[in-house]
Design a protein around this ligand. Structure first.
Ligand SMILES: *Cc1c(COP(=O)(O)O)cnc(C)c1O
Length: 375
């Protein structure tokens, strides 16, 4: 009876796996070809399937999402300052800094934790060359307002879309906004190739540049304008991506069920707030973020997290610390005026969310939260 009920541990994320036979079928030809990296057959297949799924014309694959973003910024030859958000994974800002650019941190909105477009304009200076907004937890940024600002000031827009694979806005793929977008295919994302990443871009003239930046800076001849690293995706990664892509819609549908159940279960708990679902947006339900107000709820976040832990539920608190609170950034960028980001970072809780989560486990998490409500 009841398989490992007592020791069942729930983390904030869990990697989805395709049926093992599908993966073996996908990699089997490699034992004939011995072609394991450098634009192999599966790499090409993955590219075309992604173009179709994301509804884009141009894509470049990379070994991981961080390198994809860092090298895309590098290929665009940006200078000076880049406006971004402090409420994101460290990779976003690291990619900027590693290009010798200065990240300028803009505050976020309280409802969906995305960059607050109304606060961007006052941060634009003559040194600003780009904006790197993040669709955090897969919620789309205010893409139209960002577009307008970028046009007005002649800035490039590169979205960190690491968490938003498969998201659509009024039926349009989220991949089609800005000059470029980076997707991460890391194992913890709802769509993954173990490790992996992609840059989708609007200007097809970037094709060669994006090839070079991930291939030492060269395309086969001795021509070398600048030195770049190796950041190619290999065939085993691409095969995992191809297999997972076959199941992505089913994956998203399963996650939506979990999300709906959470929303229902926690809808009437004072002090608990979820990101409102926006009309016209199809989410990907990679994460299940909520914020808690200790006053209204009657317990501190730390106490609630401990109550969850006591029952083997390991909720996350990313993206706390804020970027500006990591040592490297603290000494350099502390002056950022980001009160909303501070408030969100202190109150965020990321609940367990994965495709094969059982309904009774969602109910258990909701029950623990409700039982501890002391408002
Ligand atoms: C995961 C993630 C990255 C980094 O992607 P990797 O594939 O892990 O290198 C960058 N930005 C954000 C917002 C992420 O969530």
């Amino acid at each position: 009876m009841c398989k490992d009920k007592i020791t069942k541990i729930m983390m904030a994320t869990r990697s989805s796996m395709p049926p093992i036979e599908e993966y073996i079928e996908e990699i089997r030809p490699l034992w004939n070809s011995h072609w394991l990296s450098n634009d192999g057959t599966i790499h090409s297949k993955f590219e075309s399937k992604l173009k179709e799924y994301l509804d884009v014309e141009n894509i470049a694959l990379f070994v991981n999402g961080h390198m994809a973003l860092e090298l895309a910024l590098s290929g665009m030859n940006l200078k000076g300052e880049v406006i971004t958000t402090p409420f994101t994974y460290i990779a976003t800002a690291n990619a900027i800094v590693r290009n010798g650019l200065k990240p300028v941190f803009c505050d976020i909105r309280e409802d969906d934790f995305n960059i607050d477009v109304d606060k961007i304009e006052s941060l634009i200076t003559e040194k600003t060359s780009a904006i790197v907004p993040v669709h955090i937890y897969g919620s789309p940024c205010d893409v139209e307002a960002i577009d307008k600002l970028a046009q007005k000031y002649g800035l490039k827009v590169i979205y960190d879309a690491a968490q938003s694979f498969g998201v659509t806005i009024d039926g349009n793929s989220i991949a089609n906004y800005g000059d470029a977008s980076m997707f991460s295919f890391h194992a913890t994302k709802s769509f993954h190739s173990v490790e992996g990443g992609a840059v989708v871009y609007s200007d097809k003239r970037w094709r060669d540049i994006l090839f070079k930046v991930g291939n030492f800076g060269t395309i086969q001849s001795e021509e070398l304008e600048w030195v770049y690293p190796n950041a190619k995706m290999n065939e085993f990664q691409a095969a995992m991506g191809v297999c997972n892509l076959n199941h992505i819609d089913e994956e998203i549908a399963k996650r939506k069920r979990i999300s709906d159940r959470y929303r229902e279960g926690l809808s009437d708990v004072a002090g608990i707030k979820m990101v409102p679902e926006r009309r016209g947006v199809r989410g990907n339900y990679t994460y299940m973020p909520m914020t808690m107000d200790p006053e209204a709820f009657g317990l501190s976040r730390k106490e609630l997290l401990q109550k969850l832990k006591d029952e083997n539920v390991f909720a996350g608190t990313f993206f706390e610390p804020l970027i500006v609170d990591f040592d490297y950034y603290k000494t350099r960028y502390r002056e950022a005026d980001i009160p909303v980001a501070r408030k969100v970072a202190e109150s965020i809780i990321v609940l367990p969310m994965f495709a094969d989560m059982e309904e009774e486990d969602v109910d258990k998490v909701c029950r623990i939260i409700k039982d501890n409500y002391k408002g």
